[in-house]
Design a binder for this molecule. Structure first.
Ligand code: GRF
Length: 214
């Protein structure tokens, strides 16, 4: 990948992708499926989990993708953890990092190592309802519409430049679970689409505004 001005250009070589997980990994799965279908020009070089019991690891193994367990236990603090994580990713020449249910907040060490090259999916229409329990926050606030947001990761919590969003109506009888399930259906559509656009060199930055090139 190379940059020309503010524009990220894709070479024909697949983008080297790493995915960070902690849990079920349904978003990981849809990205794997789209790569295997030839729709995303990427090679998933590793899946990194901070938890040994993450089901996402099994999904990766089933597709022959190398997995790495990177637990906090051995590290004195979050910076030290992230320093080791950067080394893991640099050793693999990773060009794009996806957070897919990764339940750790990144420090400046990771964010500065991969500027505009770490994406996250958040289950709300940011900047509304950042942080944990976004679906419950939406229900308690009483919004009629919520949704999900794919964004680049910056040093704040869910504050980075927005790439794609999808809207989900809130139904009168929704619970946190039913709303989360409908939001996830949209996550599984927009997250791989954002990855596809990045890997096709179709994302350009103008300040914090993301432009999708045709
Ligand atoms: C997603 O619902 C996403 O909104 C949040 O974490 C969840 C991960 O789900 N960031 P999965 O592990 O991809 O199934």
């Amino acid at each position: 990948m190379r940059r020309t001005g503010g524009r990220v250009m894709a070479d024909s070589a697949p983008v080297r992708l790493a995915v960070l997980v902690s849990g079920n990994g349904t978003n990981l799965q849809v990205v794997i499926d789209r790569i295997e279908a030839g729709e995303i020009n990427a090679r998933m070089v590793c899946v990194v989990s901070n938890r040994q019991d993450a089901f996402a690891l099994k999904r990766a193994e089933q597709h022959g993708i190398p997995t790495i367990i990177h637990e906090i236990g051995a590290y004195a603090n979050r910076q030290a953890y992230d320093t080791a994580l950067v080394e893991i990713l640099r050793n693999q020449d990773v060009q794009l990092v996806l957070l897919a249910g990764f339940m750790r907040i990144l420090t400046d060490v990771m964010v500065n190592a991969f500027p505009h090259a770490i994406m996250n999916i958040h289950p709300a229409l940011l900047p509304a309802f950042p942080g944990l329990h976004a679906q419950q926050q939406a229900l308690e606030y009483g919004v009629r519409f919520t949704g999900c947001t794919v964004h680049f990761v910056d040093i704040g919590t869910d504050t980075g430049p927005i790439i794609l969003q999808a809207v989900v109506p809130v139904e009168a009888d929704d619970t946190e679970e039913t709303l989360a399930a409908r939001i996830q259906q949209e996550e599984h559509r927009v997250y791989p689409e954002a990855v596809r656009l990045f890997c096709a060199g179709k994302i350009s930055m103008n300040g914090r505004r993301v432009r999708i090139l045709s």
